[in-house]
Design a protein around this ligand. Structure first.
Ligand SMILES: Cc1cc2nc3c(=O)[nH]c(=O)nc-3n(C[C@H](O)[C@H](O)[C@H](O)COP(=O)(O)OP(=O)(O)OC[C@H]3O[C@@H](n4cnc5c(N)ncnc54)[C@H](O)[C@@H]3O)c2cc1C
Length: 398
């Protein structure tokens, strides 16, 4: 009898952790994992590459580190869509790949909310090429200022004051003194402005206030408003009915993310690229397809709203997905996913952070220390101890 084929789309936190666990379970099935790059990226550190405080190599490792060749095959290709009725994955380069059971974990894309100019002129923190271009762009602006003294080149505006924006701002404040020295820039002309409507909405107001005061002390200006339009060197925002403009050579958009556009392209019933999955992570009406991570919506029974999409939840879902994929392949009963939040920590640059862990508010160095423990733990959970040692990431400082 032909062996069943399990196909995993995406080798991020959800997909690669599922592969790792599934290999440990030795299912009676062939496993194929598809990813557009041949490396896994630790997305939770992308802001460091964007600010230039870390290099891309430090936060990526080859997918091959996790593959057990006796059980699994890696295909490097871009997924275009899923043909649910034909049970095939349509790829950009290779021919259609059929599956018996499918796991979708294709992650997130930047959400524009239809704001004019975001798509064309804003820079987003979403993958390695995007953060490398942020780093290059800021350096180019600083280097050109030395030639033409156009002061807007030294203004960096950031839209949104959620997790990603805050982590980026924290790193940026660490990096700017070095850029000022390297490009012989007049430091008094450098401006970093954050346009926000709610600061760190996931935290209580005391912690959010701590984060804001720390960044303000390092020179970040916070202005209240909603970004309404972006032009090459200008950002418009509205506070009530008042329209304001900031002349900025760099605009980084951290206003929100959505699930992969492949979800809508495949005809799933979705909202902002996310499918509300069943308790066992299968898609309603498609018991052979599971979705996890940022492409899934799991409802919090307490609030009735979806849990925020995080690496933490993607990794936890992956453990259930691995179990359930093996169960599907072997005709056993599936388990329902139960989420137990371990808390959230937002870094504010070197040796500073804010967070809520196991019901406790943390700030300053203890929060930063916890952040490093969380990062190292997910590196070990997915890449294994050997990968962590190879990446030289056993220390708790950068
Ligand atoms: C700057 C930043 C900081 C963050 N910090 C935290 C944090 O501290 N804690 C936390 O819990 N969460 C954090 N998050 C959120 C977290 O990173 C995401 O929730 C998490 O990455 C989602 O995991 P995933 O498996 O769904 O997708 P990802 O980890 O994004 O993986 C998706 C994979 O799919 C691949 N892919 C995408 N499209 C295609 C395609 N068409 N074809 C083939 N392959 C494709 C990608 O290359 C990638 O490997 C942060 C996010 C950002 C941007």
């Amino acid at each position: 009898m032909r062996k069943k084929r399990i196909v995993i789309l995406g080798a991020g936190y959800g997909g690669l952790r599922t592969l790792k666990r599934l290999q440990e379970f030795h299912p009676n099935a062939d496993i194929v994992i598809i990813n557009k790059n041949d490396y896994h990226c630790e997305v939770t550190s992308l802001h460091e590459v964007a600010a230039g405080t870390t290099n891309a190599e430090k936060i990526c490792y080859p997918i091959s580190f996790v593959i057990d060749r006796e059980q699994a095959t890696f295909v490097q290709d871009t997924v275009l869509r899923v043909d649910r009725e034909g049970k095939k994955v349509i790829l950009k380069q290779g021919g259609p790949l059929s599956y018996d059971f499918l796991l979708i974990s294709l992650g997130f894309e930047s959400e524009t909310f239809g704001i004019q100019g975001i798509e064309e002129y804003a820079l987003a923190i979403s993958d390695i090429p995007s953060v490398q271009s942020i780093r290059r762009h800021i350096e180019e602006q600083f280097s050109k200022w030395a030639e033409d003294h156009k002061d807007e080149r030294l203004t960096i505006a950031v839209g949104g004051a959620g997790f990603t924006s805050f982590e980026f701002l924290g790193e940026l404040t660490e990096r700017l003194p070095k850029l000022i020295r390297r490009y012989h820039v007049d430091g008094s002309k450098v401006r970093v402005v954050c346009i926000e409507s709610t600061v760190l909405p996931m935290f209580d107001r005391k912690l959010a206030g701590y984060g804001t005061s720390k960044l303000s002390a390092r020179g970040v200006e916070f202005v209240t408003g909603r970004v309404v339009r972006v032009l090459p060197d200008q950002v418009y925002y509205k506070n009530g009915d008042e329209l304001h403009a900031i002349h900025a050579g760099t605009f980084v958009w951290g206003g929100g993310v959505r699930g992969s556009s492949i979800i809508a392209a495949s005809g799933f019933r979705q909202r902002r690229g996310r499918v509300q999955v069943n308790g066992d992570l299968t898609v309603p009406g498609y018991p052979d397809i599971l979705i996890i991570g940022d492409c899934s919506a799991v409802i919090d029974p307490d609030s009735g709203r979806p849990y925020p999409t995080t690496a933490q939840i993607a990794i936890m879902q992956a453990d259930y997905a691995a179990y359930n994929l093996k169960a599907l392949a072997e005709g056993h009963t599936l388990k329902n996913f139960i989420y137990k939040s371990k808390g959230t920590v937002c870094s504010l640059g070197r040796k500073d952070a804010v967070g809520q862990v196991m019901g406790q508010n943390l700030k300053g160095y203890p929060a930063f220390f916890m952040k490093k423990i969380i990062e190292n733990r997910s590196l070990v959970k997915i890449g294994g101890l050997e990968t962590m040692l190879k990446k030289g990431r056993f220390g708790l400082s950068k």
